[in-house]
Design a protein. Structure first.
Length: 202
């Protein structure tokens, strides 16, 4: 009887220890942070928080002015293999991007748009910085396994990730962009990856 009780306790402890790790059935790590699944939850993210998508989020039906997310994001957003779809951003005499200027957070395992339906970011008038992710960034931004499908239009600098970064460096790994840009200032040093002349890759 004592042996049976000891065995049950042992299995119980083992089971608890096994469930303490955020892993999937295939052995892959699960995303951490707060799950989000709606436009409202995306817009309500804390600038320094950690989040992950539970599915694609569709922003169709609205045109956003200057940015979708209006604060300088320094947190972590894990797309968890999902996408932000149907995004349209429009600005006049202003920088523009899906995220506000000063972005220095982390985006990973995420797609912006799709090959058939790219996101759209446009700014008219003046020589402003326009990009799919953020018009301007500061050092420290990190992108891993990111896919950007976008049409980016502006009268100044245009790019996929960002078109101006005044200081520091950003890290881009396992990522790609498929971006159509129209601009009066052709930035060729980074081939749409960033667009900033002082971009410093790892």
């Amino acid at each position: 009887m004592k042996r049976l009780i000891a065995m049950i306790l042992c299995l119980t402890m083992l089971g608890c220890s096994m469930t303490a790790f955020p892993v999937t059935a295939s052995g892959e790590e699960q995303p951490t942070g707060t799950p989000i699944s709606t436009v409202e939850e995306f817009l309500a993210m804390s600038p320094s928080g950690e989040y992950y998508l539970t599915g694609d989020i569709d922003f169709s039906g609205k045109t956003y002015t200057k940015n979708v997310y209006k604060q300088s994001f320094s947190g972590v957003l894990d797309g968890n293999g999902h996408a932000l779809l149907g995004i349209t951003v429009s600005a006049t005499n202003s920088d523009a991007g899906i995220f506000a200027n000063g972005f220095h957070g982390t985006l990973k395992n995420l797609a912006f748009g799709s090959a058939d339906a790219p996101v759209s970011v446009t700014s008219t008038g003046g020589g402003y910085s326009v990009a799919a992710v953020a018009g301007t960034m500061t050092g420290g931004a990190t992108f891993d396994n990111l896919k950007i499908y976008a049409n980016v239009k502006g009268d100044g600098k245009t790019a996929g990730f960002t078109s101006y970064m005044p200081n520091g460096k950003i890290t881009i790994t396992n990522s790609k962009d498929d971006v159509i840009t129209t601009t009066t200032t052709q930035l060729t040093l980074t081939k749409q990856w960033v667009g900033a002349e002082d971009y410093k890759p790892e």
